[in-house]
Design a protein. Structure first.
Length: 453
């Protein structure tokens, strides 16, 4: 009988009433794919727009979720066996293509049409995996992939943000905006923000923003221009008619990078300002594989942590969607899955050749090796380290004993040699003295005999 797992399924068009947690058959990886046990997954606005029918090419039924962190339980081929048991994050950008400047026509994002991470298990191509940065929790790691990749390409590839640049990031409450803020701050840029609420502005200032404004207030753009003198880079996700306002805030010859259109299309474009002031409007979406690898390395090197608003149990995921729908979050909304202990008590085992799927048997399980719970892994590491330390200490003691024994033996030999030499010398002296005494006595006798004669 097929194993059942929990998943959040968007069954058909019609919005929120058709989004529900259901039991589905546990998926199996084909060659070139891996099965990941999902520990945590993060929400994105993309998920929201799909539910509300505001996304192109929606297919039903579908499992949403582009971000995830977990452990590889099974692979579809022996070549990927080295991933088994490893904690991973998933690159949601699939089929980018050969041109690093833009995605191919086959490009897709995990979580529709391909089944996504809002399930206890997800199957993904093995080349979408990256080892989880060790300094991140499961929730933080799950919050990283989509927002981190989008922000990295926007900040570094497209805008080329440098130390000392004045950067404006709009809508600071969102996940991509938060990551762009952290990346720009890390390289020494002076980062300003906009938001529609005072409490989010206060949080941003506490987090190190140089300044910011509430765009709900009148003449917020005039205030920003007066305080900053203009920006080198603006990173925006809102679009709409606000786009022309943002162009006014750019210094001549500078760049505005847009990665979204939350407010829709602008009713017009101030084209005269664009060409006369030599401005650049640069679009960006997600990122290529090289940028994903660079982003993960950058996060690891600088030990950057995504900002988390709230972590929910998976059964509460609809509550998380409601928070996103109302725009009440500051940072990422994450769901975590309950992990059954008995799954992790089973020992890992190496893949067997007989378990490898062929093209004809792609649906059959291939290589399976459950991972331990984090606490068990940590305990194992500590025990291993302790054993190694004890072994090293014992080896050191044995070496010390050998050295002492060797030294003692050498000392005894030297003492014995000295004693033997001394004894020989003493015996020789005694013999010489005895010979001299005997000769003297013999001489005395001769002299005595001669006198008698």
């Amino acid at each position: 009988m097929a194993t059942k797992i929990k998943a959040l399924v968007l069954q058909k068009p019609g919005g929120w009433s058709n989004l529900m947690i259901r039991e589905i058959t546990k998926p199996r990886p084909k060659p070139g794919e891996v099965l990941v046990r999902v520990f945590a997954a993060a929400l994105n606005h993309r998920d929201l727009w799909i539910v509300e029918g505001q996304y192109a090419g929606i297919r039903y039924p579908t499992i949403l979720g582009s971000d995830g962190c977990g452990v590889v339980e099974r692979t579809g081929s022996m070549e990927d066996g080295h991933w088994i048991g490893k904690e991973v994050i998933i690159n949601p950008a699939i089929n980018w293509g050969p041109d690093p400047r833009a995605q191919s026509n086959d490009f897709e994002i995990l979580g529709m049409p391909r089944k996504g991470t809002f399930a206890e298990y997800v199957v993904v191509p093995s080349d979408r995996l990256a080892v989880k940065p060790e300094h991140l929790s499961y929730a933080e790691a799950a919050a990283l992939p989509l927002a981190g990749l989008t922000a990295y390409r926007a900040v570094f590839t497209q805008a080329d943000v440098q130390k000392g640049d004045k950067v404006l990031i709009t809508g600071i409450g969102g996940g991509v905006a938060q990551m762009a803020f952290l990346f720009a701050k890390t390289v020494g840029a002076e980062v300003w923000v906009t938001t529609g609420s005072e409490w989010k502005l206060a949080r941003a200032l506490e987090s190190g923003a140089a300044g910011g404004v509430n765009y709900q207030e009148a003449e917020w753009d005039t205030q920003l221009l007066r305080e900053t003198g203009g920006f080198d880079v603006i990173i925006d996700s809102a679009g709409g008619d606000q786009l022309n306002t943002l162009l006014k805030l750019l210094k001549p010859g500078r760049i505005l990078v847009t990665y979204g259109a939350t407010l829709g299309r602008p009713s017009g474009l101030d084209l005269h300002r664009v060409f006369w002031r030599q401005l650049c409007i640069q679009g960006t979406t997600m990122g290529n594989d090289e940028e994903f690898a660079e982003m993960v390395a950058f996060v690891q090197k600088h030990r950057i942590k995504p900002v988390i608003d709230t972590v929910y149990a998976f059964d509460q995921i609809l509550e998380a969607f409601d928070v996103m729908r109302r725009g009440m979050q500051f940072g990422k909304l994450v769901v975590e899955f309950q992990v059954e202990d008995d799954f992790f008590r089973r020992r890992r085992r190496a893949p067997k050749a007989a378990e490898v799927s062929t093209a004809k048997e792609a649906a059959e399980p291939v290589t399976e090796a459950p991972a331990e719970m984090p606490e068990q892994q940590e305990t194992k590491k500590k025990k291993t380290v302790t054993k190694k330390k004890k072994g090293a200490q014992q080896e050191k003691k044995r070496a010390t004993k050998k050295t002492k024994a060797a030294t003692a033996g050498k000392t005894k030999k030297q003492t014995a040699k000295k004693t033997t030499k001394a004894t020989k010398s003493s015996t020789a002296k005694k013999r010489t003295t005895a010979k001299k005494a005997s000769a003297k006595k013999s001489k005395a006798k001769k002299q005595k005999k001669q006198k008698k004669k």
